[in-house]
Write a protein that binds this ligand. Structure first.
Ligand code: SR1
Ligand code: MG
Length: 423
């Protein structure tokens, strides 16, 4: 029997000796560890990420730490998040083939995943800050969301299988707890780890924290997040969790995976495009960003259109689960009944995604975990102007979401706020 070694964090120095006998890794990059080059490149909030290059190739080694990297060991966080990430990746690959990095190896005890090194991909957030227009992201992300969210739900899966999976991911308690606090509650009171651009935003922040309608709406959305175990979510689908080239798009980092409402992933994703939109004026040193702003609004429109079209297609062709079963509709010649039900389901996703988008914007400006889109704007007055616009936009979405009828309406609102300095 092989003995289970206690967890030990890898380092650039120890990685070759620790993983030099790992068959999955050496098959990719070669056995000669003297030729391995190791870099630690993790710039996220939680984990270690190494790129390991050898004589015959390269791979990524991602390892969870027993604490939140952003904060340090005063905030312990269980290693099991790596288990959830691994299982989420395998499900995403099955449901949306080619959309995530290939997995070579998973070591639960060492909380590490060895996976495909995506090159020359860069993080989508970085590309958008640089003003790069990627032609395929809306299509690729829209398809990814529709396929993973539909196929992970009771619209598609056998009830028994989905319940077993729900039980498995229900243990991802600590990462859900991060979302429950950091996204839905902390932004709306003076929580310990919060920060914002101060003093420029102080009065607006006070206004938002005194806004009863906003706080109630944020809690209604938290209620939905916690109580509506609809599908397996990515759980952290922002532009920092997506890697791109001009041609290709891959989703990474699903360690926050858990069963929740479909609208959460869609809303978080679109919020990150809208935040990028509001941050563009802070990145105009090397030229105007009008075309980039127009591109971002087009991406929002196309992502939502692709999502809806693919979701509708799956509804009509793959609806094999216990919800809205065909035996009640199509099998009785009632095709229109199935379409009516589809409209209801998509309308709920629409209304809720606007709310999730609004509060995602707020937490990235008022909470602990900020976005590079705004953070890399060095001029604090300029940054605060961008952030203020985004905050007002987020408030409008969260509070008025039931009265907003189209994505064009939201984009028109974004463009209006962007133009009007006095809003
Ligand atoms: C303490 S973790 C803060 C944030 O980083 C992750 O990427 C998630 O977005 C989380 O909310
Ligand atoms: Mg992450």
């Amino acid at each position: 029997m092989t003995q289970k070694l206690p967890f030990e964090a890898l380092s650039v120095e120890t990685l070759p000796a620790r993983l030099g006998a790992n068959d999955a890794l050496t098959a990719k990059i070669g056995k000669d560890t003297s030729r391995w080059k190791v870099r630690e490149v993790g710039d996220g909030n939680l984990n270690l990420v190494f790129i390991v290059e050898g004589a015959t190739g390269a791979a990524v080694v991602k390892q969870a730490l027993p604490y939140v990297r952003l904060v340090g060991d005063s905030w312990p966080l269980p290693l099991k998040r790596s288990f959830f990430e691994y299982h989420a990746l395998t499900r995403q690959e099955a449901r949306a083939p080619g959309s995530v990095p290939a997995i070579y190896h998973f070591d639960e005890g060492q909380a590490l995943i060895i996976m495909e090194y995506l090159s020359p991909h860069i993080i989508l957030r970085r590309a958008l800050i640089e003003g790069r227009q990627l032609p395929n992201i809306a299509r690729d992300i829209g398809l990814f969301m529709a396929r993973t969210l539909f196929r992970g739900s009771d619209l598609s899966m056998a009830a028994k299988d989905r319940k077993a999976d729900l039980a498995l991911f229900a243990d991802n308690v600590e990462l859900c707890d991060i979302t429950e606090n950091l996204v839905f509650s902390d932004p709306y009171f003076d929580a310990k780890m919060n920060r914002h651009t101060s003093p420029q935003l102080d009065s607006l922040v006070a206004e938002l924290r005194a806004d009863r309608d906003l706080k109630v709406e944020a809690q209604r959305l938290k209620h939905l997040f916690a109580a509506n175990a609809e599908t397996l979510l990515h759980g952290d689908l922002h532009s920092g969790s997506i890697m791109v080239t001009d041609q290709e798009t891959r989703m990474i980092d699903p360690e926050f995976a858990f069963y929740g409402p479909m609208a959460f992933d869609v809303g978080m994703l679109l919020a990150n495009f809208w935040m990028s939109f509001f941050s563009q004026s802070g990145h105009e040193q090397n030229g105007k960003r009008d075309a980039m702003r127009a591109y971002l609004l087009d991406v929002v429109v196309e992502t939502w259109a692709v999502f809806r079209t693919e979701f509708s297609h799956l509804w009509r062709t793959e609806r094999s689960g216990m919800l809205y079963q065909k035996s009640l509709f199509e099998d009785q010649g009632d095709r229109l009944g199935a379409e009516q039900a589809l409209d209801h389901v998509q309308h709920s996703i629409w209304t809720d995604l606007l709310g999730f988008a609004g509060i995602e914007v707020h937490r990235r400006i008022l909470g602990l975990a900020h976005n590079a889109d705004f953070e890399t704007i060095a001029d604090e007055d300029m940054r605060a102007r961008c952030e203020a616009k985004a905050l007002k936009f987020g408030r409008h979405l969260a509070v008025n979401r039931r009265q907003i009828h189209s994505i064009d309406e939201v984009n028109t609102l974004a463009a209006l706020i962007e133009r009007e300095n006095s809003i």
